[in-house]
Write a protein that binds this ligand. Sequence first.
Ligand SMILES: NC(=O)c1ccc[n+]([C@@H]2O[C@H](COP(=O)([O-])OP(=O)(O)OC[C@H]3O[C@@H](n4cnc5c(N)ncnc54)[C@H](O)[C@@H]3O)[C@@H](O)[C@H]2O)c1
Ligand SMILES: O=P(O)(O)OC[C@H](O)CO
Length: 329
Amino acid sequence: MTSFNKIAVLGGGAWGTALAQTAARAGRSVTLWEHDPANAQHLSDKRESVYLPGVTLEPSIVVTRDLADAARADALLLVVPAQVMRPVVTSLAPLIAARTPLVACAKGIEHGTHRFMTEIIAECAPAAIPAILSGPSFAADVARGLPTAVTIAAADAAVAQALAQAMNSGSFRPYHSTDVRGVELGGATKNVMAIAAGIVEGRKLGASALAAMTTRGFVELVRFGKAYGARIETMHGLSGLGDLTMCCSTPQSRNFSFGMALGRGESIDTAAHGKLAEGYYTAPVLLEMAQAKHVDMPISTAVAAILAGKLDVDKAIEGLLTRPLKAEE
Ligand SMILES: NC(=O)c1ccc[n+]([C@@H]2O[C@H](COP(=O)([O-])OP(=O)(O)OC[C@H]3O[C@@H](n4cnc5c(N)ncnc54)[C@H](O)[C@@H]3O)[C@@H](O)[C@H]2O)c1
Ligand SMILES: O=P(O)(O)OC[C@H](O)CO
């Protein structure tokens, strides 16, 4: 089987740093590329990311601002926000060898085009092998070496298996899959549901309401997944149900925490407290895509309306509770 010994991570943010640590602990030779000059300097000088304070980089990790250095790896993990995936892959494409796996680690869908992350890779780097890594995994936990399981998917089972092998350490356990769409769709969708769950928590609506929101959020994820080609077992797995339940239950999730602030009445402009809440960007796209295939997603619709400033939280809750009664499905 192919082995990927040299791993590059693009993005020295919280998740990129955690994945670089993981790959280094798994025995891989790791290059960490960061575009932001200040963070790159901090990574080189202090051996720490400004996005993940308190985590010291493994000594073997090489930090670079030169994309060509990173492009020489056997496989690259793309760990930048979903909305900048396209320019990053476009810059990378002429620098990599054909058939190099590019593993999207972002959880989102592109605005305007409705493209999933691996579709952007296929479009912008057609010679590469698109793959996706997703699942319940907080950067701070992974960086500390706490036990974590994720899924890595690629169309070719042997590639997915080899990538899982390359990233496997004593504490980080990747499962492999060929359901690329299912894995990426779960991660993008759960962020929107986590905002909804956070709103419930911030509004102090109680544990019963939180369980109802999480469960009905999962129903929406499954409906959306069926419409866009995900396998049911993937949606029931780590990248679907696993990530959804985690992010709908704790303020350690930035999306949940953003929702909590909205539920408490903070303004949309400040509620993220400067942190990346991908669900904010995904919500309107998710809604457009649901509407395009006539998928009923009332929670996502309410979240998108709140984030667009078209609906206040109390009216959204009232609207969800007063819809006509229906059979559970
Ligand atoms: N943090 C987590 O626990 C976690 C876990 C799983 C998945 N993710 C996903 O990983 C992705 C990145 O999240 P994060 O937590 O690392 O975010 P972050 O805000 O901590 O870091 C973002 C990184 O992207 C880089 N970046 C921003 N704009 C860029 C651009 N135009 N060009 C190149 N690089 C750019 C930043 O410099 C930084 O390195 C998100 O899609 C997120 O959903 C995060
Ligand atoms: O902090 P969040 O909400 O971006 O969640 C991080 C990861 O996606 C959890 O799996």
